[in-house]
Design a protein around this ligand. Sequence first.
Ligand SMILES: Nc1ncnc2c1ncn2[C@@H]1O[C@H](COP(=O)(O)OP(=O)(O)OP(=O)(O)O)[C@@H](O)[C@H]1O
Length: 322
Amino acid sequence: MLHLSEVSKEYRRGVRANDGVSLNVAPGEVFGLLGHNGAGKTTLINQVVGLLSPTTGTITLDGVDLVANPAHARRQCALMPQAHAPLDGLSPRQAVQMLGRIRGASRRRAIECADALLAALDITAWADTTGERLSGGVRRLTAYAMAAVEPGRVVMLDEPTNDVDPIRRRLLWQQVRTLAAEGRAVVLVTHNVAEAERSVDRLAVLDHGRVVAKGTPAELRAGTAGELRLELLVATGTPLETPIPTRAPTRRTGRRHVLSIDAATAPQALEWAQRLRADGHIEEFSLTPTSLEDVYVDLVGPGATSADVTTAAPGESGTLVS
Ligand SMILES: Nc1ncnc2c1ncn2[C@@H]1O[C@H](COP(=O)(O)OP(=O)(O)OP(=O)(O)O)[C@@H](O)[C@H]1O
């Protein structure tokens, strides 16, 4: 459905924001774009919706060239931008209805869809409050509703859950799933790797404009099969000598130490951690499967050199991003 082939974008002064990006997003799919600040995510989605043109490469939607037809791109692709929607003087109800009308809905449909979306996101209480008096989270949810009210075939969401509370995040994800279930392609930019792991069907990790990994969350974790994550909160000043072989150097954030260990050594690791806790050397510990966040840090964290998640080797891990 949505097909990007070798898309590169070079801004003036030679900033190469995207470098040979190729992606396919199918109808009904929620596709995540992950990457560090400045990795090129926003640049990429702005090219899909026709706000920017690629320097080279092609973008097609159901075979139609979106670069040659930016008006078609804007009609078929809805965008929830990263920046807050300009809502000064407008209430969420007015803003969502207005976007529905601009995108071609009848007056009646725009009213009904706006009401339904505000109710589904549980923000009806603020439906008639003007933008300058809304909280950041309600503004964010309103921006989502503005993108979802008459969405077209593709919906691009740039950091949709920023500022949104955990309960309404769930409501938002239900709405995103509904968009996909109706046969749309949803592309989602996020920094929240744990949330992406639960919410996307497939994802790509961008690093300095290039795709460094792509696949389902399970495929990206496959390189860590048989690996477990032992996390310890050490008592202040306690040095930690591990008797267990680790697959990568220990990552440290303050008193939190994270060790990648072989699943076969789990009983030994548990016994060691319990002893450390009994002796007061650590305050708490957990032993869990390796997460997508661990894979992500290995890929793009400080010290990462691998271009392929399945070849991320011991010694290439960085600091745990918490
Ligand atoms: N209009 C512009 N002119 C020149 N350089 C730009 C412009 N917009 C973005 N850039 C640069 O392009 C690169 C990619 O930026 P982009 O906003 O696409 O990254 P991002 O992955 O969305 O970052 P973030 O997660 O911080 O939003 C960065 O180096 C950025 O400074």
